[in-house]
Design a protein. Structure first.
Length: 244
């Protein structure tokens, strides 16, 4: 993709979530494709176009509710370059479907050297840590991963902003209007951990196992609500055992 030069506007659409029970969305998407084919120089569809487990099998036989959308995609791809990307709902989509539509499949891998370097340094440090310093490690790691990727909590803990508010994505003056609810002391501990730069100093933030688990679950819920494609963490029971 980095070596491709396109003379003209490139249109982009993602998270359309075409599904059997959303005919109005499908109709709007087909109109969008017609417009893109006439006005855009290329079209990027980088993920979750389908709100279903869509894979290469539909290239052979598409369900009736999807057939018109695929025909519209194929028509657009016959007029302008169309790139398809996988999302968490249509991750089974592959080269067979893309080729059948006359589209191109976006590469799944994207290099993130800063994230790799950070994770590498963390796990090298973990290997050398004293066991007493480990319990706060998972929380500190997920905080800094999300921060590096641009997903950081708003504000900080203070007497004026003592509440962790999932809906607002950070610290607020008012308590959250719906679950999950957290203790003010939990908000204070999380803020302290967020402001601990050195991994070796995380053990100085004193928390019991129950607090760590509450904060881990809250932070994962924050990421699931405020980022794209954040699914369930399969290793969560292991993390909870460590935090305990």
């Amino acid at each position: 993709m980095n070596n491709i030069t396109i003379a003209g506007p490139v249109w982009l659409a993602s998270d359309v979530h075409l599904g059997q029970n959303t005919p109005a969305t499908s109709e709007a998407f087909r109109e969008f494709l017609l417009l893109a084919a006439s006005e855009a120089a290329a079209l990027l569809l980088p993920g979750d176009i389908f709100d279903a487990w869509i894979g290469d099998d539909i290239a052979v036989m598409a369900p009736p509710w999807l057939a018109q959308d695929l025909m519209a995609l194929k028509l657009a791809a016959s007029k302008i370059p169309v790139w398809l990307g996988r999302g968490n709902r249509d991750f089974l989509m592959g080269q067979a479907l893309a080729s059948g539509l006359g589209a191109r499949l976006l590469p799944e891998q994207a290099p993130l050297p800063d994230l790799f370097d950070m994770a590498y340094s963390y796990f090298i440090a973990l290997d050398k840590m004293n066991v007493r310093d480990v319990p706060n490690f998972p929380l500190h790691f997920i905080i800094n991963c999300s921060r590096l990727l641009g997903y950081d909590l708003k504000g900080s803990y203070s007497a004026e902003t003592p509440h962790l508010n999932l809906q607002d994505g950070g610290f607020t003056t008012h308590p959250p209007s719906m679950a999950p609810y957290t203790l003010e002391e939990d908000a204070k501990k999380l803020d302290m951990l967020m402001n601990t730069a050195a991994l070796g100093d995380t053990h100085t933030i004193e928390m019991n196992g129950a607090t760590r688990i509450r904060l881990l679950e809250w932070y994962i819920a924050f990421l699931q609500n405020h980022t794209q494609h954040m699914g369930n963490i399969r290793s969560l029971p292991i993390l909870q055992a460590i935090l305990h």
